[in-house]
Write a protein of this length. Structure first.
Length: 206
């Protein structure tokens, strides 16, 4: 009479053990899937952040290059007209007083001026694609370019000219900084350009 009952108890025990293993297996699978999901979300977020930083860097670079090209244009026109054109006020030259100071710096009355684009005395101030761009122009020195002896004797006018033809190079340092208040992105760069008084375009040296 008791044997059948014993057999049933054993059967229920076996079934109970199998249910425990199945539950543990399901929990392990859920844990693995959860870890994989978190990893996927983390990687996606990281990739989006990298892409955003890359876009910000490209925009900052474009703003910086715009500042450099604007500075070169201001230098060329100032040399040609012996003054900073009034059309450059207030953009990119912020004030009339800064126009006067900038003319002195470009034309040689204030060589190697210690001002910088980050000291509040920037020569150029622009807004480019959400970036505030400050630029500074400093005249460094004048030198005779490396022209040949025949060019010098003939007064050849050009980048290879000697002093007889007025072909001297005027070296300028251009420094630009840019800031995007919304993203906190900042960038700075500098370059040295050699310009002439003969109407030729400025050439980048550094």
């Amino acid at each position: 009479m008791n044997r059948p009952c014993t057999g049933r108890v054993k059967m229920f025990t076996v079934l109970g053990g199998q249910n425990g293993v199945a539950f543990l297996t399901v929990m392990m699978l859920l844990l693995i899937l959860t870890v994989l999901g978190i990893a996927a979300i983390t990687v996606t977020g990281f990739e989006n952040r990298v892409a955003g930083l890359s876009r910000n860097a490209e925009a900052a670079t474009s703003a910086i290059e715009s500042c450099i090209q604007t500075a070169v244009n201001v230098i060329q026109q100032t040399i040609d007209q012996a003054d900073v054109p009034s059309t450059f006020v207030p953009d990119p030259v912020p004030t009339t007083a800064m126009r006067t100071q900038l003319a002195q710096e470009i034309l040689g009355q204030s060589d190697n001026n210690p001002d910088t684009p980050t000291t509040g005395s920037a020569n150029l101030v622009q807004s480019v694609g959400g970036y505030t761009v400050n630029g500074d122009i400093d005249r460094l020195y004048i030198r005779a370019p490396g022209g040949g002896a025949l060019q010098f004797a003939a007064g050849y006018e050009g980048m290879g000219a000697g002093a007889a033809g007025g072909g001297v190079e005027i070296l300028y340092s251009i420094a630009c900084s840019t800031t995007n208040a919304a993203t906190g992105t900042t960038a700075r760069t500098s370059a040295v350009y050699a310009c002439t008084a003969t109407g030729e375009s400025c050439q980048r040296k550094i």
